[in-house]
Design a protein around this ligand. Structure first.
Ligand code: ATP
Ligand code: PRP
Length: 257
């Protein structure tokens, strides 16, 4: 069976919107930026923090180790032990954009980020199973969420994840006022800005520390490998072994957990 049969067509759309394409004429040199240019060179967009911490062991198992520590290095493009692969360090929510436009060939992003982005122009061949958490609705302890929902009360919900929240509440037939925030969602119910939040929960410690409780779970979240469709086509000989190796590394990591 070929890789392309195993590729799950991405859940959101097809690869129609890719406008930047890798340059097949490039000669395989490493420029001043550190990014390796060449027909079979690969650039992978990753974000610092959790995604990096939990993804690097999978990349190491696939034979790709950055030559410098990405957490401490000020460089944003890092060569790796695998001569044709470089890592590009970007903000988590920017990963899909770099890959969609072909500035990176592959990337790793949370399902939350991909759903908010829309997934346009991205294949999603591998659920890496790391950065595991869930998207939930939370309120102040003591807030009557069930009663408010049943009464059809006008509920204000603060979140960074507006698309996911809109979809969730629409599917439940609920009309809520969504308030967009960029961080520290937990403050919204505490300050009276909102009745509830939609945010990521893992251990539950952040909610607990702020006297908030989870009232609904929306979905499970994990990090996904995403691939630019043009890179998939033009750099197949480099992309396929990497996707296969990461699939195997993710499976081994799941089996060991
Ligand atoms: P940005 O800077 O773009 O706003 P961010 O601050 O959300 O991104 P991180 O906190 O590093 O970036 O989160 C990156 C990804 O890790 C998230 O998109 C999500 O998929 C996952 N994640 C976030 N919080 C947790 C958590 N508590 N436990 C496990 N995974 C998490
Ligand atoms: C995420 C999320 C929660 C926290 C939940 O924040 O926004 O605040 O993790 O994790 P827990 O259930 O294990 O406490 P993060 O730590 O990524 O910080 P951020 O606000 O910078 O996104």
């Amino acid at each position: 069976m070929t890789l392309w049969v195993r590729l799950q067509p991405d859940a959101f759309q097809g690869p129609k919107d890719v406008r930047l394409k890798p340059d097949p004429q490039a000669m395989g040199t490493q420029g001043r930026s550190g990014r390796i240019a060449g027909p079979m060179s690969l650039t992978i967009a990753l974000s610092k923090g959790r995604i990096l911490d939990e993804t690097l062991p999978l990349f190491a198992a696939a034979g790709i180790v950055p030559v410098e520590d990405p957490e401490s290095s000020r460089k944003l493009v890092l060569p790796t032990s695998s001569g044709n692969v470089s890592l590009m360090i970007v903000r988590a929510s920017d990963v899909p954009t770099y890959v969609q436009w072909g500035a990176a060939d592959l990337g790793v992003a949370g399902k939350d980020v991909l759903l908010e982005h829309g997934g346009l122009g991205l294949y999603q061949p591998v659920d890496l199973g790391v950065a595991r958490c869930r998207m939930s609705v939370a309120t102040r302890r003591g807030y009557d969420w069930t009663g408010s929902v049943q009464r059809g009360a006008r509920i204000r919900v603060a979140t960074k994840y507006v698309a996911i929240a809109r979809e969730h509440f629409a599917a439940k037939g609920m009309h809520v006022d969504l308030i967009k925030l960029y961080g520290s969602m937990e403050l919204a119910p505490l300050s009276g800005l909102a009745d509830a939040i939609v945010d990521l929960v893992s251990t539950g410690n952040t909610l607990k520390a702020n006297d908030l409780v989870e009232v609904e779970t929306i979905m499970a979240i994990t990090a996904r490998l995403v691939v630019n469709p043009a890179a998939l086509k033009l750099k197949r000989d480099a992309v396929k072994p990497l996707v296969d190796a990461l699939t195997a590394a993710a499976a081994a990591s799941r089996a060991a957990a």
